[in-house]
Ligand binder design. Structure first.
Ligand code: PFF
Length: 435
């Protein structure tokens, strides 16, 4: 149970509440949701199991795990993971900073406006400011380092156990409020009614990237978590529980945001600001709105913190296992480096918006490169490694501790060896426009 909650703490975060609704909105709604769930419960859960096996059987960090199991060029997968974790952490802290800022602003009452235009322009003013969001980012990076350092990881985990159910309950209340807004039906239909005419390779790539981002896959986090599992812990059961919880939170968040988008006349494809411009308007339409808003953004910030700590832990574990044994030095150094990349990421929405990579400002480019390229690539390599390099060694490890029907083990083997590598490779190649 402790392991499931910790891994769920890493999985559930901004990916579910901030990223999932806006990516769904950009990719046409219902069909995206179905494809997303299809990927999550086939490739996603299978790669999650593979990562846990790699971690549990070696009890090592990602690079060390690959080196111990196979050597050759495989540890490179570990290095790519660590770099990816670092890059994700940098822009993750920017968005998490927004969450903290919105908690403060909800208490002050300054953002809870029922007029969407006004909420939108307040949001724009905030994120384009050269100073305010950077200060909140600094605060959040500091918090992450503090938790990782202070040995209070246990404390935050215990707190999260109480607070995550609370986040879940608030989401349920918000769903009830959102779907009963005037005009929300259209949004519910947008989210739940698939329209496959809108599906392109780009849609598939976005769903794949979102699945990996949300389940914390393809970058070593779950290998690291697996390394803390005990020999006979049930890998398949834990993986499934984490996957179900994570998908459930994402679907609930979608049911909060998307109906409200339509009710308030916003555009579903508005991008990364979608959650932040719709939520305040929903709260403005609730009794005790600013209380609920502050509570919600607080809980979301905690969910983000359990994820950012996991990301930082990947970096810390690597440097400590590679010989630099001083945890304080490593954590502070990683924190400073994270902030150094987070600052331009934040400024890219304002004074640095002229600088673009492939048509994207820096924050979007970092998000795109990790979610749509390095995470799926990491997942692909993990599947190849498990299916073709470890083979039966991995399977023995998998079956140890679980009472799985042989048919399920075969299904997993089939997905890991054939379905996952082929599907991910096809989607990556076509989605990135190589064909
Ligand atoms: N899964 C987290 C989320 O959905 O917010 C993001 C994340 C956390 C990715 C930790 C990777 C990771 F190691």
């Amino acid at each position: 149970m402790g392991f499931i909650l910790a891994a769920a703490g890493s999985a559930v975060g901004l990916g579910n509440v901030w990223r999932f609704p806006y990516v769904t909105g950009e990719n046409g709604g219902g069909a995206f949701l179905l494809i997303y769930l299809g990927i999550v419960f086939s490739i996603g859960v299978s790669v999650l199991i593979a990562e846990l096996i790699i971690g549990r059987s070696t009890q090592l960090d990602p690079a060390g795990a690959f080196r111990k199991l196979a050597g050759g060029a495989w540890p490179l997968v570990g290095y790519m993971s660590i770099l990816t974790a670092f890059v994700i952490l940098s822009f993750y802290c920017v968005i998490a900073g927004w969450t903290v800022a919105y908690m403060a602003k909800s208490i002050a009452g300054s953002v809870l406006l029922s007029d969407l235009e006004q909420v939108g322009s307040a949001f724009d003013t905030f994120i384009t400011d050269p100073l305010e969001p950077v200060l909140y980012t600094a605060l959040f990076v500091g918090l992450t380092v503090f938790v990782a350092l202070g040995g209070i990881a246990n404390g935050i985990e215990r707190a999260a156990r109480l607070l995550m159910p609370a986040l879940f309950i608030i989401l349920l209340v918000l769903v009830a409020r959102s779907v009963t807004l005037d005009g929300a039906v259209e949004g519910v239909a947008f989210f739940l009614q698939p329209d496959f005419t809108k599906v392109t390779w780009g849609t598939l790539l976005a769903a794949l990237g979102q699945a990996f981002f949300s389940l914390s896959l393809g970058m070593g986090a779950m290998i690291t978590y697996g390394s803390y599992m005990h020999r006979h812990d049930d890998i398949a059961g834990s993986a499934l529980a984490v996957t179900v919880l994570d998908a459930l939170v994402a679907v609930l968040a979608g049911l909060v945001i998307l109906p409200a988008v339509f009710a308030f006349g916003a555009t579903p494809s508005a991008g990364p600001g979608l959650t932040f411009i719709t939520l305040p308007s929903i709260f403005a339409q609730m009794p005790f709105g600013s209380f609920f808003a502050a509570l919600f953004f607080f809980l979301l910030a905690i969910a983000a913190l359990t994820s950012s700590v996991a990301l930082l832990e990947v970096v810390i574990t690597y440097f400590m296992d590679e010989g630099e044994a001083n945890r304080t030095k490593v954590a502070v150094g990683a924190g400073v480096a994270t902030f150094a990349l987070a600052v331009p990421a934040s400024l890219s929405l304002g004074i640095m918006s002229g600088f673009t990579i492939g048509g994207n400002v820096l924050l979007d480019a970092l998000d795109y490169m990790t979610s749509n390229i390095t995470l799926p690539l990491g997942g692909l390599l993990v599947a190849l490694f498990m299916g073709w390099s470890l083979k039966h060694k991995g399977e023995e490890e998998f079956v140890d501790g679980s009472a799985l029907a042989p048919a399920l083990v075969s299904a997993w083997r089939f997905i890991i060896r054939y379905v996952a590598p082929l599907a991910i490779a096809l989607i990556l190649i076509n989605g990135l426009g190589f064909i």
